[in-house]
Design a protein around this ligand. Sequence first.
Ligand code: ADP
Length: 604
Amino acid sequence: MEEIKKPKKPLIYYYCIVLVLLLLFNFIFIPYVVRKQIKQVDYGTFMSMIEEEKVGRVEIQNNQILFTDKDSSVIYKTGLVYDPTLTERLYHSGAVFSGEIIEETSPFLNILLYWILPIAIFVGVGQLMYKKLLQRASGGGDFMSFGMGKSNARVYVKSSDGIKFCDVAGEDEAKENLTEIVDYLHNPEKYREIGASMPKGILLVGPPGTGKTMLAKAVAGEANVPFFSMSGSEFVEMFVGMGASKVRDLFKQAKEKAPCIVFIDEIDAIGKKRDGQLGGNDEREQTLNQLLTEMDGFEENTGVIILAATNRPESLDPALTRPGRFDRRVPVELPDLKGREEILKVHARKIKVADNVDFSQTARMASGASGAELANIINEAALRAVRDGRNFATQADLEESIEVVIAGYQKKNAILTDTEKRIVAYHEIGHALVAAKQNNSAPVQKITIVPRTSGALGYTMQVEEGNHYLMSKEEIENKIATYTGGRAAEEIVFGSVTTGASNDIEQATKLARAMITRYGMSNDFDMVAMEVVNNQYLGGDTSLACSAKTQALVDEQVVALVKKQHEKATAILMENREKLDELSMFLYEKETITGEEFMDILDK
Ligand code: ADP
């Protein structure tokens, strides 16, 4: 799709042009015109013109004499020479003594130069600036914004490289849902005949980078209709009422271009619940009201379909999500294993890859990655290939780029001391060994102790064998034990602890807390929720929903749970102390080992 957009110049640009014009006008143009009218002559010519009685008017100044011809209006100028009889001779020759010889010579030119032209310039520039300001008022949210708002929705027109459904991999349910919309836009009669009406608005909800914007564009691309795209935050202006008029304008444009698709990204920026809090945002509320009115206002089946995307559906105003407005909700979730593989393949079409690349393995390694991250992984792999002077990417490039996306680049100049390296090696093998010894934990793919730019000194990459939609209590407990395995190894081997386990502690606590407060996996609280998730798609923050007394109990249980798993991990490592040493030394020497090498030593 091509975006049609006019570049905007900053206001200071116009101020500068005006200033330069005025300077040119005053210092070059006016003196030039004036000077051009005056003809310099010598004193002899002046004297002979007096004798021939040709001098018309004359003005004797301090350092020069200006005079005119009797027959023409040419102005002459000559120097001042000591000449006591000059006045007398001039008088006899019939010359007229005048005080304002230049001004009087061309009154019309003077008026034009000194009055009309400057005023014309100012009026012209004023008009230009006024227009510019109006444009800004509609578009930029500039400090000086005022006047009527005009939406600056970008219109995408169809072009040969328009995004189609085949470019969006995975997300089959969402695509199926939206295919109906495309069909409607192609063939509205079919729906009208039976009396069915299309939903006016469709809300795409899901975590960032899962392809919501792409899906909306693909609908427009498939249906071959204009696509208006605007972000929710673009509606919110400094002055109350501006956003509302932008909404009006957007819908006006859309109705003119129907059938078409209007896409509002990040709709939560305007669609937040109107909660009547003190100091509420009037501008946002007015904009939302206008949006609600507009959505009610247009008739069904006009051919305008509104798609909106958000990753905070719970914060939307209920009035916006009721039937008749955004009445359909299409979840666009993180891709599953198959989805990840397809997304990798779609993006790999854009780069050259070796024949032996195993996308399914790569997809398995990148568990939990969003579409945008997978696109990034492919691009990183291509960049790595270029860096190595190859013209195709290999499996190793893909695997390394997963690590880059997860943990950052390798820190080339981070030098660990020998003891630190040993500690990190034991820590990582601790995780891996605990994971491997508990049957339900996913197998280890790779262990490394090369420091990364994210701050990780090493990590153990686990790979899910298949899709997991449910997790049992035991599985979560094992996961917690795996997190504690690193610290347990340090304790066993070195008898002391380091700061290296901070991230593990965080993760283990999070899981243990969720088990008790949300999954009903504690013995005491049965199926009562102690916490609620605030924004499911953005990090999943939680807030407590219980009394302070219960909260203390929850804390106690979380500690007990983690402690139990920590003990379990310590027991596993103690039992396998020899393997722990052997594997850690192997890792210490090689710095990076694969899952197979690990399993070989373990099973020996
Ligand atoms: P969102 O709007 O959900 O935040 P986008 O649609 O802007 O995400 O996606 C960002 C980028 O991620 C896209 O340009 C595309 O390259 C990639 N991407 C995301 N999801 C997919 C997918 N399902 N298939 C192919 N590419 C995807």
